[in-house]
Design a protein. Structure first.
Length: 326
């Protein structure tokens, strides 16, 4: 088995690297890595429905879609990510317990009583410290998971959407659990880097023949290309979301405004506005402005601002429209 050393914390690069290595590497491998603050959504999720958009925009936290299913997770320097890539018989590739057993062993050796619980979690005293997902490619599987070591749990509570009922869709929704940091249970305080070294040492000791390698120049070039063409694009991270209907309401002292947007491939279709329960007389304006546009904040903010005089001349507040759209 190969242990691939990865020290860079660029989340776009790191998520792309998993797909690249899954599809190109010819040996089983293990990686331990970290990301700068970022939100990683599952392949089949509606990204906008998962995130607290105002908070994300304010903190400039990137949102990146991965190739595996499952729920949305928050990464920071206190979170450690582990990845296994393994070749095998296609109908026997998905096996969460098999990949998590060595991680549990490493944690138990450090005095952390982690257990496999639920569908794909590691928990200590019922509190989640690790979530996991898998993706099968031909006769290979990528198993990856998180280890909450010393993450900012207050941020974790703020990054997720507290009003997902605005979205009607068939997307996979994240299931929120009570979480804890591994530092709450470890007897001997360790720096995160030292903790990572101990996890890697345990995997080395219990995996037979080991070679330790780094990414080669050509690997880095190809991974960066994958970032440019896929993982760094709005089309993948947001536009790939399943079709959805977005509904929102804004109340003022005078009126109640309701909007409905049908969104497919991230693009708005058939926008409808009601004021005090009645179809608005400016629906034609809405259709003209919004049809075929990305349901993306900066795009629509620029659109609203550039048409503010037009909206005001039709007795409609640009600020209310922007509030309605998200």
């Amino acid at each position: 088995m190969l242990i691939i050393e990865r020290s860079g914390k660029d989340p776009y690069f790191n998520v792309a690297a998993e797909e690249y290595l899954l599809k190109t590497i010819n040996a089983d491998c293990f990686m331990l890595w970290q990301n700068d603050p970022s939100i990683i959504v599952g392949k089949h999720q509606n990204a906008l429905a998962e995130i607290n958009l105002p908070f994300i925009l304010d903190k400039k936290i990137p949102v990146i879609r991965r190739i595996s299913g499952g729920g949305t997770v928050y990464h920071d320097h206190g979170n450690i990510n582990f990845s296994f890539i393994k070749t095998g018989e296609r109908d026997k590739l998905v096996d969460f317990r098999k990949f998590l057993d060595p991680v549990i062993g490493a944690l138990n050796q450090l005095g952390i009583p982690a257990k496999f619980e639920g569908k794909n979690d590691l928990r200590v005293n019922g509190l989640k410290i690790s979530g996991n997902a898998e993706h099968v490619y031909r006769n290979k599987v990528l198993h990856h998971g998180t280890l909450l070591y010393s993450s900012d749990l207050t941020i974790i509570k703020q990054v997720f959407n507290n009003n997902p009922e605005k979205f009607a869709d068939k997307a996979v929704r994240s299931l929120r659990s009570n979480v804890a940091n591994i530092t709450d249970f470890i007897a001997e305080p360790l720096h995160v880097n030292e903790f990572m070294q101990k996890i890697t040492a345990y995997i080395e000791k219990n995996s037979g023949t080991i070679d330790i390698i780094g990414l080669k120049t050509n690997d880095i070039i190809e991974i960066n290309k994958l970032v440019t063409e896929k993982y760094g694009t709005w089309q993948w991270n947001f536009g790939y979301s399943p079709p959805y209907i977005f509904r929102n309401e804004v109340e003022t002292d005078q009126d109640t405004f309701n909007i409905e947007l049908h969104v497919k491939d991230g693009m708005i279709n058939n926008p409808e506005l009601k004021i005090n329960g009645k179809i608005s007389g400016i629906n034609n304006i809405f259709e003209y402005l919004l049809n075929g546009k990305k349901h993306e904040f900066h795009t629509l903010q620029a659109l609203v601002l550039s048409n503010s005089l037009f909206l005001e001349s039709n007795n409609f507040s640009p600020n209310i429209l922007l509030r309605l759209l998200f």
